[in-house]
Every structure is written in structure tokens, then in C-alpha cells.
Write a protein that binds this ligand. Structure first.
Ligand code: 9PG
Length: 397
């Protein structure tokens, strides 16, 4: 159904399955494909990255972001389902500038994508119909109105963010009980309230037990951290299994599969291939929930959950549901298992599908002690690369 929507004198053309319904600062639209056309001429396009490390920026629609030269990195950079998309686009929400202000079109259901074709924002869901929010006006007002609509749809969580010392940024994977105890001495008196043990404590990705550099075990480490006055935090990649893990060798059937029925690659890291647990398989979710319950029982009450996009990658599932819906069901189970008092920090996470479940969501790349690194930006888009520049400011083209 084609309608005209008059907003402050600007005439917007809308194609949706029902008439636009006015809501706070915008309209609601429904349909499997929704098109909203801005009055020409249009300027820049706002593309929203799928997950924490994906680029989110205002871009010149005629100068698309550089493509990624290393195939494995497409899995880490954005939603690989759209890596070859012909039009500028992004996950869940898009916006375009015109003489009347900013025209925004944003998903209120999971699995949404918005592309720009000439002056038209074209919105689609991965499967079937869904609801959309559209608004025209001042950039900050339209984004704030969309954020309120998302809050109503998915819930709002989050309080004071922790002031967290994370082992990743000082020691990377090279951690041991001994080194962490040294750091606990070294940071005494600084303004941290949380001490978070990052990657490097586990036997393997998928085998979540303390390795031999942690001879006293994880419960003892959590106790020591707490005795020193900090909240103990722990890093986990709960949905990933490494090819060399006991979990993968014994239970490859718990993974998402590709068209040939083989475990679908979720990336290369830690010296090998990693795969994603199929969270629509109840047995895989038992593994995930047991891990979360273990970490909490060891005494950690902040969990940094990483590489969360993996079970939302394209692939064949036990239950064929929208990828982001499968992910959201899994993180809701994680929240129920961890309880309300555990601070859950999402990393490498599909942003929209994480709203209302996590207390904090990483929305940018890692920081690194250099401003910008040429070599790295040749492989990934600059905004997705560890550096100092882009976590501080997203570029405008
Ligand atoms: C632990 C780290 C830290 C960090 C996370 C995440 O493609 N890669 O090889 C790749 C390596 C590290 C990474 C992301 C991608 O960083 O953002 O804070 O927890 O994992 O391994």
C-alpha cells in the first residue's frame, strides 16, 4: 500500500502493508518490505553495524566502506549474510539526511535490514513481516525516539557501568594466577571496582576449566579478588568451540552446520578453526547453561561474554528460526541461569537482539595503544580495528 505521510510540511512516500500509525515522534509501519522515500536530494546514509565490532557510521552512499580482503574476517566484521550486498545497507536501522532533516527507519523486530536505494530506505526482515519505526526531524531527536521505541519493545537494563581492570589490555592472553596476583598488588589504590580475568585462563575454547597456569583453580582466584575489594569478573566465549577442544571432538553434532552438513566455520582464532554451538539444540543449551552456572558458582559476578554473534551466523539449525531470534532465546536462558544480580557484559554481540538482556553491550572495537594502525586497517574496516582513534570517535565521511 502506497501512502503519503506529511510530516512538518515534508511529504514522505511510504510503501507498507498498513497505513502508518502515529506514535511518539514518528510512525509505526508494518510489512515484509517497507519503503520510505525522502524528498530529494539526499545526503549521507547512516549504516548500523550488526555486532559490536561492525562499523556504524554516517557514510557517503556513493563511496561504500572498503570490502574486507581476508575471507575469514568477513565472519568477524559484520553480518556475513550481506557481505556481497549491492546497495549500501546495515543492520536493523538506517537513516538518510535530506533538506528537512534526518529520515530514520528502524526495526522493532529481530532480523531487520535497511538499505538505501537512491532516496529510498528499503527495509526487510530475514523472514516474514515485522514492525518498523520511522521518523523525520532533528538527528538526535529521531534517534532518541527510536531508542525509546526499542526500549518499549525489548526492555531496558543497565545501571552504573563498572570501572573495570581487564587483563586483556595489559597482558592479552599471557595471564597466570601469579601475574594476576601481582597486578592486584599493583593497582591497589586506583579507582577500579571490578577485576576482570580475560582470555587465557581456560584449557581451550569450549573446555572451560582452569589451565595449569591457574593451579589454585578459579573459585580460589575469585575469592582472592573479592578479598582485595574488587568484584570478580570472568571472560567466556560460551557459544564457541575450538576444533581442538574436547567438547568439539566429542560433540561436533552440537554445532551449526553448513550446506554440506559439516560444522559451519565461525572464524579462525587461537591457532585454529572455531565453530558455533547451535543454540536451538536443547543439548547445546544445556552445555551453555551449565557453563554459566559454573562460572557464577565459582564466585564471578561479572561475566564478559564474547564472540556472541557466532550462533546467529548463517547455517542450518536444529530448529529453523530467525537467526537473531535463536540468539535472543539463548541469551535470555543465560540471564535466567545467571540471575538478575550478575552483571552480563556482551561483546562481539548482535546489538539489537541483545537489548534488555545485558547490562552492558560493547559497541566498538577494542582499544589499543596506537592511534591507528595501517596494516590492520588494510584487512578490516578502520572502525572495526583495535586502535585508539575509532573507539573515541566514529568517522564521518
Ligand atoms: C579475547 C579478546 C578480548 C577482547 C574482545 C575479543 O579475530 N580475532 O582474532 C579477534 C581477536 C580478539 C578479539 C576479537 C577478534 O577481541 O574484543 O576484548 O576479550 O576477544 O580473545
Amino acid at each position: 500500500m502506497l501512502t503519503r505521510w506529511d510530516l512538518d510540511g515534508a511529504e514522505i512516500t511510504v510503501e507498507a502493508s498498513r497505513h502508518p500509525r502515529p506514535v511518539d515522534h514518528g510512525v509505526l509501519l508494518d510489512g515484509d518490505v517497507v519503503r520510505v522515500t525522502a524528498p530529494a536530494p539526499v545526503g549521507r546514509f547512516y549504516r548500523h553495524g550488526w555486532q559490536s565490532w561492525s562499523p556504524t557510521a554516517w557514510v557517503d552512499p556513493h563511496a561504500p566502506l572498503p570490502s574486507i580482503s581476508v575471507p575469514e574476517l568477513t565472519l568477524l566484521a559484520d553480518d556475513p549474510a550481506y557481505a556481497a550486498a549491492a546497495h549500501p545497507g546495515g543492520s536493523a536501522v538506517g537513516a538518510v539526511t535530506c533538506n528537512e532533516g534526518t529520515l530514520l527507519l528502524g526495526a522493532l523486530d529481530l532480523g531487520g535490514r535497511v538499505e538505501l536505494r537512491d532516496a529510498t530506505l528499503v527495509a526487510t526482515y530475514e523472514q516474514g513481516d515485522g514492525r518498523w519505526f520511522a521518523a523525520l526531524g532533528d538527528e538526535h531527536e529521531v534517534f532518541a525516539a527510536y531508542a525509546r521505541a526499542l526500549g518499549e519493545r525489548f526492555g531496558v537494563r543497565g545501571g552504573t557501568p563498572p570501572r573495570m581492570w581487564s587483563s586483556w589490555y595489559s597482558l592479552y592472553g599471557d595471564i597466570s594466577e601469579h601475574r594476576l596476583l601481582d597486578v592486584l598488588d599493583g593497582i591497589a589504590g586506583l579507582a577500579f571496582d571490578t577485576f576482570q580475568v580475560d582470555d587465557g585462563w581456560q584449557v581451550q575454547i569450549g573446555d572451560w576449566h582452569a589451565n595449569d597456569r591457574f593451579p589454585s583453580g578459579m573459585p580460589a582466584l575469585a575469592t582472592t579478588i573479592r578479598e582485595r575489594g574488587y568484584r570478580p569478573g570472568l571472560w567466556l566465549a560460551p557459544f564457541l568451540v575450538h576444533e581442538r577442544s574436547q567438547m568439539f571432538r566429542e560433540h561436533p553434532e552440537l554445532c551449526l552446520t553448513d550446506d554440506d552438513g559439516r560444522p559451519a566455520l565461525a572464524g579462525h582464532n587461537w591457532g585454529g578453526s572455531v565453530y558455533a554451538l547451535d543454540v536451538t539444540n536443547p543439548d547445546a543449551m544445556t552445555v551453555v547453561c551449565d557453563l554459566i552456572a559454573d562460572a557464577v558458582s565459582w564466585g564471578f559476578d561479572l561475566l564478559k561474554l564474547d564472540f556472541l554473534f557466532a550462533p546467529a551466523l548463517p547455517g542450518t539449525r536444529h530448529e529453523q528460526v530467525v537467526r537473531e531470534a535463536a540468539y535472543r532465546q539463548a541469551i535470555e536462558r543465560i540471564r535466567n541461569t545467571a540471575g538478575d544480580d550478575v552483571y552480563l557484559l556482551a561483546c562481539g554481540a548482535p546489538i539489537m537482539a541483545s537489548l534488555g538482556v545485558f547490562d552492558g553491550i560493547r559497541i566498538g572495537p577494542d582499544v589499543a595503544p596506537w592511534w591507528e594502525l595501517e596494516a590492520a586497517t588494510r584487512h578490516l574496516q578502520p572502525v572495526a580495528t583495535p586502535n585508539t582513534r575509532y573507539p573515541i570517535a566514529t568517522p564521518s565521511h
